[in-house]
Design a protein around this ligand. Structure first.
Ligand code: GTQ
Length: 349
């Protein structure tokens, strides 16, 4: 590929005049915006250990009352994007949120989509459009775009969860904003909407104008996902034991931009993934997993999190003699919708 002329190859007066007229020559930057063969991601391979996060998050619990934080979150920020930009990747935001017994994170709704993956504790609830979703370890709870949500805690111990939002993408699109809800805690006990899968209170059900139509499932209990994974592992010899969290109404991904799935690694399994055109996030729900990304190995245990940029060689190694379980978030729904998604063979075999 031809090396192209740089800005320095142009007379300064010419460049100054271009600048003054809000014009930019393409050729000095052409290889940067259209790099050969594959993107040049700012996303770096980064891992965050829960043993590092936890004490700092608990300290935040002492330092900042919930009223002064609204959401008490430490953001898992990728230095490749600049820490202050609070991105794990160009599309995904990750945060660890702490709610203490008796606390309440008030109701709001916003344009970015969010999910919570519960890391520890019990007795907390996220209420989504009035539906009260209990938070148990490993559960996945959706708060899709535009839905009112608040977090409350009726239990005894700290509750921590991992927030995954498409905030970086929505913010970049200049489409990110929030609306504040009622100042008072909503009384969810009075009017529960959902009594079981597909069973709702008729008085609260308005056909075609209800989240139950668009997003019938807001909580995916870990017990169900784990059971599904164990059943798949038992009944088939498939190499990748994986379940995808889907919207049962449409059969599509659970949310529109970020995709969510869970992988079960068989005892001592070594799982080599194909290269993918999107960044990915791995979070250990149960077990010990070494994740090798190109030549660097990261030793992860329960509640540790790692992100990988596009087109990397990712190998998951279960170091235990029993199954390990990994939650995965990736940008494939977004990339597929735009026709940007692709996979490639690994470059290390
Ligand atoms: O719990 O609603 O990590 O609005 C960032 C923004 C969590 C939330 C985050 C939010 C929330």
């Amino acid at each position: 590929m031809e090396t192209l002329a740089t800005l320095d190859d142009l007379p300064k007066a010419y460049v100054d005049e271009l600048t003054q007229k809000n014009l930019v020559p393409l050729w000095p930057s052409l290889r940067e915006v259209l790099p050969p063969n594959k993107p040049k991601p700012q996303t770096q391979v980064i891992s965050w250990k829960y043993k590092d996060i936890r004490p700092l998050l608990m300290r935040a619990g002492e330092l900042t009352p919930i009223e002064k934080a609204e959401r008490r979150v430490l953001v898992l920020s990728n230095p490749g994007h600049g820490l202050e930009n609070m991105r794990a990747s160009s599309v995904m935001y990750l945060g660890m949120q702490l709610l203490l017994p008796g606390e309440w994170a008030p109701s709001h709704r916003h344009t970015p989509n969010a999910v919570r993956l519960i890391v520890e504790g019990n007795g907390a609830y996220t209420s989504v459009n009035g539906e009260k979703c209990p938070m148990e370890r490993g559960d996945l709870i959706l708060t899709p775009t535009g839905m009112w949500h608040e977090h409350s805690h009726e239990g005894e111990s700290e509750v921590v969860w991992l927030d995954v939002l498409d905030l970086p993408l929505v913010y970049y699109s200049e489409a990110s904003f929030v609306e504040e809800g009622e100042k008072a805690k909503s009384n969810n006990e009075a009017k529960p909407l959902v009594y079981g899968p597909g069973i709702v209170a008729t008085e609260n059900f308005t056909r075609n104008d209800n989240h139950l139509v668009k997003y019938p499932v807001l909580r995916y209990p870990w017990a169900d996902a784990k059971k599904a994974l164990e059943t798949i592992a038992e009944n088939s010899s498939v190499e990748m034991v994986q379940v995808t969290y889907v919207n049962p109404e449409t059969g599509d991904d659970a949310q529109k931009i970020i995709g969510f799935s869970a992988i079960m690694l068989r005892p001592n399994q070594v799982l080599k993934l194909r290269q993918r055109s999107c960044a990915m996030v791995f979070h250990v729900i149960e077990g010990d997993v070494n994740i090798k990304v190109d030549s660097v190995q990261h030793d992860l245990t329960v509640a540790d999190t790692l992100c990988t940029p596009c087109f990397t060689n990712v190998t998951l190694v279960n170091t235990l003699d029993k199954p390990s379980f990994v939650f995965v978030a990736d940008e494939s729904p977004f990339q597929r919708k735009l026709g940007l998604y692709s996979e490639r063979e690994r470059t290390d075999i």
